[in-house]
Design a binder for this molecule. Structure first.
Ligand code: NAP
Length: 295
């Protein structure tokens, strides 16, 4: 069994990006600038945005955190997005989800200019991804592809089962694994909460990508020998013995599943760090495109 070490690979990617940024500086070019908008005080969201900003600093990007109160109206947020769309200094930006209930998430994501949409959530970018066109691929699925690629995990002709059909992970993942090319060329089954007899499906899978957010959902008896297991789940499970009062738990019963799997991602240290690394990669791409059309 091989651990797909997202922490190590993400550090490799950050080192590669650092070299690129260094070259940009040496050539007197502007370095990539990422902005992150966060609305409210959700603890997990603040942690995620904080680590995105720290990662920007680590590779030499500029970063801006825009903090808005929990009572921000949809109009106020849309105004802020318009400002970021028109700010030539900012190459890309993200709106940290979830948003408070008074704000329509779909409307907000549609307002982000597709050229600055480094999360790849705008319908134009999502459509381009589905049509195999060059675009920003959502960071979590992009990170999973990169992990499979760097470990040389064969995907061609394999049966990939994706659990969960969210717009940010499961749905794009199912499209990407079925695309022509590597990683891809899989036969994909997309499962969700209405799927019947899910064990029957997962036990036939060569590759399982689990993104549902139910701790320890995937058990050893649900997989076949030598399956490749990608665990996207991140759930804070209360634990009084932990310093923070909770532990981070994935969707996979790691201790038992890892005994049967050929490759597996740990939680933490698997898909999570890859997501941030690929956001940086998308921001670098946004800067390169921005430079190309500003010439
Ligand atoms: P989400 O929007 O909550 O969607 C969950 C999906 O799982 C839905 O499609 C749901 O089906 C499906 N589902 C729920 N219960 C199920 C069951 N018993 N059997 C099969 N499918 C079931 O989730 P998300 O935003 O994709 O996040 C999923 C998990 O990944 C969460 O733990 C999240 O924190 C984590 N995450 C991690 C990263 C990372 O960087 N590692 C990034 C994003 C998310 P329906 O569509 O039928 O409701």
């Amino acid at each position: 069994m091989t651990i797909l070490d997202g922490k190590k690979v993400s550090n490799d990617i950050k080192d590669e990006i650092t070299i690129e940024v260094k070259k940009m500086k040496e050539n007197g070019e502007k370095v990539p600038h990422l902005a992150a908008v966060i609305v409210g005080n959700d603890g997990a969201s603040l942690t995620y945005v904080g680590s995105k900003v720290r990662s920007c600093e680590r590779v030499g990007f500029e970063s801006t955190m825009v903090r808005l109160s929990n009572t921000t109206s949809e109009v106020e947020l849309l105004d802020k997005i318009e400002e970021l769309n028109n700010n030539d200094d900012i190459d890309g930006f993200i709106i940290q989800l979830p948003l408070p209930p008074q704000i329509n998430t779909q409307k907000v994501l549609m307002a982000v200019h597709p050229d600055k949409d480094v999360d790849g959530f705008h319908p134009m970018n999502f459509g381009k991804m589905a049509l195999d066109m060059s675009t920003f691929i959502p960071a979590t699925p992009f990170g999973i592809l990169e992990l499979l690629d760097r470990y040389g995990v064969e995907t061609k002709g394999k049966h990939t089962v994706v659990i969960g059909r969210s717009h940010i992970v499961g749905r794009p993942m199912s499209i990407l694994m079925g695309r022509k090319g590597f990683p891809g060329n899989s036969t994909v089954t997309l499962t969700h909460s209405h799927t019947k007899n899910i064990t029957q499906i997962t036990s036939q899978a060569d590759i399982i990508i689990s993104a549902l957010g139910v701790p320890n959902f995937l058990k050893a008896e649900m997989i076949k020998d030598d399956a490749v297991i990608i665990d996207v789940g991140i759930t804070r499970v209360p634990d009084d013995s932990a310093a923070r009062g909770y532990i981070i738990t994935g969707d996979v019963d790691f201790d038992n599943v890892s005994k049967k799997a050929s490759y597996i991602t740990p939680v933490p240290g698997g898909v999570g760090p890859m997501t941030i690394a690929m956001l940086l990669k998308n921001t670098l791409l946004a800067r390169e495109r921005h430079r190309a059309y500003s010439k």
